[in-house]
Design a protein around this ligand. Structure first.
Ligand code: IPE
Length: 277
């Protein structure tokens, strides 16, 4: 099975509150449809982008419950991220992907910002029917903090732990993992294979838009954890037409890869090898 996370940076305009990038999302949906036609099972996850991070940051929802004024903001963010998920479902269904929503607040309970309870059967039951479950970054109940944020990346890790997953694709708006922010540092270069050694080379940079679920380091840590479950992790640029489709179909594309732990190609030939040169 394949997991695909469509990051908030690619399906929304992260700087403009609640702006859905419909054209890009529709194109990515048709690329997912091409891979789905091949008959492989898939689960999708979408990030929140400007439907979640801005308001969550304003009311410090990532820290959990601190005052009653946060409660209407919790409801608003949950409505907004659900709204984004429904918009994505619409373009997926139009493209021929039988996508159904799995809302995290119903299937997940956090404990101190990490997933404590996860109902994987909700995903399995839909997959058995030939449907494509689509979950998303959300605010969820938290047994110590009252509520907290569950990122799409954390859901990807849980799915990698619970399901029989072969590859996990992270679709962003950049070619992969860079040594530094390419828009600010002319010496920044793409890291084709990310591992514990290359992780040290990565310059920590401030995110260019509000992000309450941690920067690149948190994301890469989760990526490494996913790879430890014998899943190859591919980070690629969804703003380039056809790149997601090609990666899903096993062609070589420009990307960064975190190899599955247990050695390179531990489960057969690597499909999404970074393109040389
Ligand atoms: C964030 O989810 C969820 C909320 C802010 C409510 P993600 O962390 O997966 O979203 P992106 O991909 O960074 O936008």
């Amino acid at each position: 099975m394949k997991l695909v996370k469509l990051g908030g940076s690619i399906i929304t305009d992260k700087r403009v509150m609640r702006r859905f990038s419909r054209k890009t999302a529709a194109r990515l949906a048709s690329e997912v449809a091409r891979a789905h036609e091949q008959g492989e099972e898939m689960i999708l996850v979408n990030g929140a982008g400007s439907f979640g991070h801005m308001l969550a940051r304003e009311f410090e929802l990532q820290k959990g419950y601190s005052c009653p004024e946060q409660i209407p903001a919790v409801a608003k963010v949950m409505k907004d991220v659900r709204d984004l998920n429904v918009r994505l479902l619409a373009v997926l269904n139009e493209a021929g992907v039988p996508a159904v929503s799995i809302p995290p607040n119903v299937v997940i309970v956090n404990r101190n910002r990490r997933i404590e309870r996860f109902d994987a059967s909700a995903f399995r039951r839909h997959l058995e029917l030939g449907l494509v479950p689509v979950s998303f970054g959300d605010v969820v109940p938290d047994s110590t903090l009252g509520f907290s944020i569950c990122s799409g990346d954390q859901i990807m890790l849980k799915l990698a732990q619970e399901m029989d997953v072969d590859r996990a694709y992270f679709v962003t708006d950049v070619d992969g993992v860079f040594s530094a922010n390419p828009s600010r540092n002319k010496f920044a270069h793409l890291i084709p294979v990310v591992d514990k050694t290359t992780l040290g080379e990565i310059e920590s940079t401030e995110a260019s838009a509000p992000d309450v679920t941690g920067g690149i380091r948190e994301k890469l840590w989760l990526g490494m954890e996913i790879a430890r479950h014998n899943v190859e992790v591919v980070i690629l640029n969804g703003s380039v037409r056809g790149r997601l489709r090609d990666a899903l179909l096993g062609k070589e594309v420009i990307c960064s890869v975190i190899k599955r732990d247990g050695g390179p190609d531990a489960r057969g030939p690597a499909a999404a090898r970074p393109e040389k040169g």
